[in-house]
Design a protein around this ligand. Structure first.
Ligand SMILES: *[C@@H]1O[C@H](CO)[C@@H](O)[C@H](O)[C@H]1NC(C)=O
Ligand SMILES: *[C@@H]1O[C@H](CO)[C@@H](O)[C@H](O)[C@H]1NC(C)=O
Length: 274
């Protein structure tokens, strides 16, 4: 092994260790259990926003806040990263003339189930369902964040998100998603439940970039699972503490307005972890 390779290996090991340490610190004693079989769609998930207690869904208070964020803007453009019977219920909240709802999921099963439910529902509460794949596991979050901080293309995008050169921008999403104007963006996917599972780095970055690129009115961005390290880091970095307007449990509601510095997402730099 050459000295350079050795150095690289040591660096990788150290950044992995620091990440695991941070995860453990925030986890405290409770380790997140493996997600049970995704049977929420069959187990009476009729779409009125009540998730089974066993799932990692929103609890009643979190869902009430999310519902009120959507209801306050409806009919509007609503983009949701993540898809579950509970989240699909938001499509019915965002109803009316000019409403547009889109879900982005990496699960073929959830996409198929949601399309079945939507097909049986008729025109009210219609929604588009887009499949995507997330390339980066949650365990890469720290390394990606450090690289993004050092990369000018990851600074606040001025043009369309579709043409962003930042690794964190989900540029493979369809144009219907990247070129539309969204009033509310919800980040409750992908899973991000463990270091090996797809993380929400790209979803949070893309939500922030879409909101900043939108021009016009403020965009409401709601992020779930804010008790997890990756969600905290990325929301702080790109959605900014200044923009936090409400929080219930693990659901945080940011309002991202136009304006702010031209070359950064937040006007106050986030606390450096290293
Ligand atoms: C976040 O909260 C949920 C529900 O309270 C819990 O199951 C999970 O272990 C927590 N995760 C972390 C990283 O603290
Ligand atoms: C949905 O609401 C109906 C009545 O409002 C109720 O009977 C049903 O059990 C609810 N579904 C779920 C999954 O809670």
């Amino acid at each position: 092994m050459s000295p350079k390779q050795l150095l690289t290996t040591i660096l990788i090991v150290f950044s992995t260790l620091s990440f695991i340490k941070l995860m453990l610190l925030t986890h405290s004693a409770s380790s997140s259990p493996a997600r049970p079989g995704r049977s929420a769609w069959d187990a009476g998930g009729s779409g009125n926003g009540t998730a089974g207690a066993a799932t990692d869904g929103l609890n009643a208070k979190e869902f009430a806040l999310l519902r009120s964020v959507v209801a306050a803007r409806a009919p509007c453009g609503l983009l949701v990263f993540g898809l579950s019977p509970q989240l699909l219920a938001l499509a019915a909240v965002n109803d009316g003339q000019g409403a547009a709802t889109a879900f982005v999921t990496d699960s073929a099963e959830d996409a198929a189930s949601a399309r079945r439910v939507l097909a049986g529902r008729g025109p009210g509460g219609s929604a588009a369902v887009h499949r995507t794949t997330y390339q980066d596991p949650a365990g890469e979050a720290w390394a990606l964040l450090r690289r993004a901080r050092a990369s000018p293309v990851c600074g606040r995008p001025t043009g369309t998100v579709r043409k962003s050169g930042c690794r964190l921008a989900l540029t493979s999403l369809p144009r219907e998603v990247l070129d539309a104007r969204w009033d509310v963006v919800v980040v409750d996917g992908p899973s991000g439940a463990g270091p090996g599972e797809p993380g929400r780095m790209g979803a949070i970055y893309t939500a922030a970039a879409l909101a900043r690129a939108a021009g016009g009115g403020a965009v409401d961005v709601a992020v779930h699972n804010m008790n997890r390290t990756v969600e905290r880091w990325y929301a702080r970095e790109y959605l900014c503490e200044d923009n936090l307007v409400a929080a219930k449990g693990r659901l945080w509601h940011f309002r991202v307005a136009a304006g702010g510095p031209p070359d950064a997402f937040c006007s106050t730099a986030p606390v450096q972890i290293l």
